[in-house]
Every structure is written in C-alpha cells, then in structure tokens.
Design a protein around this ligand. Structure first.
Ligand SMILES: [Mn+2]
Length: 312
C-alpha cells in the first residue's frame, strides 16, 4: 500500500500483508499476497501454522520505495492480500494439499501471481500444482538449508522434507532448471541429497556459497533457470539462525540477511511466475525478528514480481 505520510500510522488497523487491501477473490490483482497457515508437514518443531498471521502483523512495517532500485512496487502493480487458504481438513494431509491447490488455482485463473507466506515447506508442492502444468514445467530458485527432496517419512510423502521430489515426480518442476542454495547440516541418510543430484538439480552447498560468493551464486542461478518460467521458494532456515531463529529446523552456518537480499536483487528480469517465504515459526521467534526478516524478503521478492508485471 502506498505509504502516504498523511495517512494513518502504519501500526493501526486490521493487519493485512504490507497493509494492502484485503481482496479475497483476487480479482483485478497483478500480485496476490496469500497465507497458508499449515504445519502438519513438519518433521520436528511445529508452529509455522502461525506464520502468516505473525508476518501480516510485522509486515505493517513495510514502506513503499525500495532503497536500492527506487522501485515503487505498489505503484507499478496492483497488489492485494487474498487471505488464507480456508482449510476444512487439517488432519488429512492429502485433502489439505488438494485444498491448497484449489485455492491457488482460483487465484491463478484471475491472472495474479501468488506471493505466499507459509506455513511449512510442504505447501509449495500444492502451490506448484496450481500454477505449473505438464506442458510447461517450471524452474526454481530455492533458498534453504535442506534440499527437501527426501522420500516418504513416517508413512507420508506430504512432509516438509519432500515437496520438490513430489513436484519432479509430478512432472511440474524441471530439475534441470532448479538451483538449491545454502544447503547444509547433517542428515540421517543421504538419499535426498542424492535425489537432487541424480535428478539434475544444481545444489550449492553452503561451503561453495562461501567459497565463490553471492555474485557468482547469482550468475550460476541465472544460468540454471535460464529464461523459462521460474518460481522462487525461500525457506527462512536457509538463513543463519542468528538472523532467523524462529523456525522449526534451524541449521547454523547459513546465509546472512544482506547476502540473501543481494541474491534476490540479482534475480531481476527472470520470467518469474510466483514465490513463497516459508517456515517462520512464531513460537520460536521471541523477538519477532524472524517474521520481520520474512516480511522483508517478501518485499524484496514483491519488487521482482512487480518489475516483471510492469514489463510484460
Ligand atoms: Mn525447506
């Protein structure tokens, strides 16, 4: 929302994402800010179901002019908050996934691009189902500590460690146009790392990130995704937990916030089709800083999407 200095103070009113108008049908929007309050897919510490509400609250700090590009995203694109996926079956993961796909299909049909706040990372597969097709599989820039390409766990494939294996198996995510950035941390098996590598994904472990630096990572990400349709999925656990402690499965030795901002700013001009920021868990976010970080990364991504809208 335009930050009119004569307008109401930013802390007032009912919180929507970045103080944009609540637009539940998505009609007339270029960019739809959405919430998916679901954490039934976590393998360890829960709480990400409370992410959208907390990010909405803290995103009231958002202002209207990007300080580097000087872009005014709310002036060049129509941006609104389409609300949360209205769940009816949160105890049934498969039905929950279908409800997420239905919600984003409705938005996709209006022509709006979704920018989503999670929720745990299991929500990205059903979002991709809504905006990608077998005819046009999408590529992805994926920031995360984990590849999220693991197989079934505890009898279910719909957990937050597996969305991108599901998307590849469904034929809607092109692994050869997928780059995973910031990967690190010990695992109990190596099958997820192996799946990423063997399917053709470009995996940039944190050690390589540190070695080559953010500008080389940007160049490599752009080379991998090319000029085809591309999704950005940003897991806050890709960041070092000193910047984003409020998350379910933190891993030390991660990306800094300024590196992540530089990385996102380096993705301008790609054929972006949507994005999400996931895994903010407010119960582990005592200061609210993780939600501020997530809202700020959403603003960085919003500027990319708005630039894309303004040039198409
Ligand atoms: Mn993840």
């Amino acid at each position: 929302m335009s930050d009119d200095p004569k307008g109401a103070p930013r802390y007032m009113g009912i919180p929507t994402f970045m103080r944009t108008p609540y637009t539940p049908d998505g009609k007339g929007l270029d960019i739809a800010l959405a919430g998916v309050p679901y954490d039934g897919g976590v393998t360890n510490r829960p709480g990400a179901r409370h992410g959208p509400r907390q990010i909405r609250d803290l995103s009231s700090l958002t202002r209207s002019i990007h300080h580097v590009s000087k872009l005014k995203p709310f002036d060049v694109a129509r941006v609104g908050d389409v609300g949360d996926v209205p769940f009816t079956s949160v105890y049934d993961p498969e039905k929950t996934m279908d409800e997420i796909t239905d919600f984003f299909s409705t938005i996709h049909k209006t022509g709006a691009m979704p920018l989503t706040a999670g929720g745990d990372h299991s929500i990205t597969f059903p979002i991709m189902r809504a905006i990608a097709s077998l005819k046009k599989p999408i590529g992805m820039v994926h920031v995360d500590a984990h590849t999220d390409t693991w197989g079934p766990f505890q009898g279910s494939k719909f957990h937050h460690g597996g969305p991108f294996r599901l998307a590849v198996e469904a034929g809607i995510l092109d692994p050869k146009r997928t780059v995973q950035i910031g990967i690190r941390g010990a695992q109990n098996t190596d099958e997820g790392w192996n799946y990423s590598r063997d399917s053709g994904m470009r995996v940039i472990f944190m050690e390589e990130f540190t070695e080559i630096g953010v500008q080389a990572v940007i160049a490599e990400a752009r080379r991998v995704v090319g000029d085809g349709p591309t999704y950005i999925s940003f897991d806050v656990d890709g960041l070092d937990p000193i910047y984003a402690p409020g998350t379910g499965t933190p891993e030390i030795g991660g990306i800094t916030t300024i590196e992540a901002q530089a990385l996102l700013r380096g993705l301008g001009g790609l054929d972006l089709v949507g994005a999400d920021v996931v895994e903010v868990s407010p119960p582990f976010d005592q200061t609210g800083n993780t939600a501020i970080v997530a809202a700020t990364m959403m603003f960085e991504i919003l500027c990319l999407l708005a630039e894309r809208v303004s040039t198409r």
